[in-house]
Design a protein around this ligand. Structure first.
Ligand code: MF3
Ligand code: CO
Ligand code: CO
Length: 287
């Protein structure tokens, strides 16, 4: 996401044609192939470094490039953010352990010149119920936001839906310092897509707009801190944080989700070392 790094407050929105949207979809589906690999293979004892090497190989095997590697000096293909780390964690030799939640964010740059961007938070082994609920609500909040991404609505409707659901309805905290963004020939384009805001405010949505929506939600307080490595952003109170991201296009008046979490979730369902995140909106009370 954009933020903390630099926030030019310009509004230079580059709307995409249907053909360009298909290139963007291709880029996003490659990201999801990587996330599916992660979903199938992640387990306690594995390291971020291992996942990162494999992710880079998958992307290059498809004739594409990892978009994050070298982006403003970022050293790797994936951002791997464990527990209290919100985003921009650098893959490390540290082994994942039972009870961790591991957010994996990936970007691709295709030969077409277009980028893909998506993320998923994986609960490893046996994860605390409170933390699972954070993941479920964060994932559901992404879809609450996407629901609002229809032409005629405004950016603030997306922001408000995410904030209202996560903070008011569920008592979590939206991270303010980092936001979603436009996606295109640049990884980060205008507009900014905040996960907090007011209904009816901001840019009016119309066909051709392509944005990454990416709620970053803290179990505790909203305050963040940046590690000395210049990248890692973590919750100041050291409580866990979750992150789910889709790139979507507004097309024919509606939200067209260009990335796809379904294959990722199929892989998780077949991996006994990862817990399935059932979106909070899909959970049914059993009486
Ligand atoms: N995770 C960010 C996003 O989803 C991008 C990370 S840029 C990097 O937009 F340099 F940190 F990799
Ligand atoms: Co993004
Ligand atoms: Co991302």
């Amino acid at each position: 996401m954009r933020g903390l790094i630099a926030r030019p407050k310009s509004n230079n929105i580059i709307y995409k044609t249907d053909e360009e949207i298909e290139y963007l979809r291709e880029a996003c589906l490659l990201v999801c192939k990587v996330l599916t690999y992660v979903g199938a293979n992640i387990r306690p004892g594995m390291t971020g470094t291992q996942l990162d090497l494999e992710a880079e190989q998958i992307i290059r095997d498809h004739g594409a490039e990892p978009a994050f590697k070298g982006y403003r000096g970022f050293p790797s293909t994936l951002c791997i953010s464990v527990n209290e780390v919100i985003v921009h964690g650098i893959p490390a030799e540290q082994e994942f352990k039972d009870g961790d939640i591991v957010s994996v964010d990936c970007g691709t740059l295709m030969k077409s010149g277009f980028h893909g961007d998506a993320a998923y938070t994986f609960p490893i082994g046996e994860v605390d119920e409170k933390v699972m609920q954070l993941c479920s609500v964060t994932k559901a909040s992404l879809y609450r936001g996407i629901e609002q991404a229809v032409s005629g609505h405004r950016l603030g409707d997306i922001s408000y839906a995410i904030q209202h659901y996560t903070e008011r309805e569920n008592g979590y905290s939206v991270v303010r310092e980092l936001v979603g963004h436009g996606v295109g020939k640049s990884l980060h384009e205008d507009p900014e897509v905040a996960n907090y805001g007011r209904r009816g405010n901001g840019l009016k949505l119309q066909d051709g707009l392509v944005i990454a929506i990416e709620p970053m939600i803290n179990l505790g307080r909203k305050d963040v801190q940046q590690a000395k490595d210049g990248w890692t952003i973590f919750a100041q109170d050291l409580l866990p944080s979750a992150h789910y991201e889709h790139t979507i296009a507004v097309r024919k008046g509606k939200a067209d989700i260009l990335s796809n979490h379904l294959p990722v979730e199929k892989a998780i369902a077949n991996n006994p070392n990862v817990m399935e995140v059932i979106s909070a909106d899909e959970q049914v009370e059993v009486s």
